[in-house]
Design a protein around this ligand. Sequence first.
Ligand code: ZN
Length: 318
Amino acid sequence: MINKKISNTTFRVVILVLLLCAAVSSPACAAVRKEKKLNIVTSAFPPYDFTRSITGDRAEIFMLLKPGSEPHSFDPSPSDIIKIRDCDLFVYVGGESDSWVNGILESLSANEKKPEILRLIDSVNAVKDELMEGMTSYEEELGYDGHIWTSPANAKKIVKTLSDTICRLDRRNAKLYQRNADSEIARIDELDAAFRTIVDVGVRRTIIFADRFPFRYFTDYYNLNYYAAFPGCSSETDAGALTVSFLINKVRSEKIPVVFFVEFSNEKMADVVISVVPTTKKLLLHSAHNVSKADFEGGATYISIMKRNLENLKEALN
Ligand SMILES: [Zn+2]
């Protein structure tokens, strides 16, 4: 009898709490109702940042590439492979720098559970690395250039593709994701307009990289000419003597004011060029393929990194 009384009371309390939870949105109740977040794994910084711009904190996002590490020689660890296998959505770029993904995807096909997989290079018109006059390359065949995000037009396509996929996987938050994607696209449009102005008022159309060249999609989009030491995804760091003298001659004959180096570069070749041609100087053009640890922790974004390039490009075109 007593037992029955207790269980009746307990039952009433449980019902009351459930009713309260339905009526009031207190933090404790929210915790009870909390649903599982989408778990997204991304390869490099651009897919990570674009995904974050869409989901905000409504998804768990993990970037495989460690901030500050060289993105062209990434080698996934066993725990990375497990993360890919167990996530809801795996986003990578594709192209030469992401060729490590192929082996992992093959091994996944044998498993029952597979994540949704999104290869971003499929959402744009991809081009192969090209061998320009003066370049050093020991590779037999050049692969697809994966630095697709350096063109703002491509960046917008990437955000759209990502947003469509994420909305399909998490319909509850679809409206929010779409709004966020629209805001990111508006920020990219602003960035594009700022670059366009600099290119339009610039007196030159040629830029020179004493380094590898990850800006092929950028120069194609803004109709700029370029010369560089290596193709975009090259893992070479030592240019042949012919390459160095070719670049020096170009800088001299066209009175080029700036030679660019890229992020994570040893800047050696740029140093050689500016020592031989003291009227030129070296500046960074950051491709955002990966960011430093300090930038990552400081909340750097694709937009903030690309905006840093504005002033340096302006100097190079004047
Ligand atoms: Zn790169």
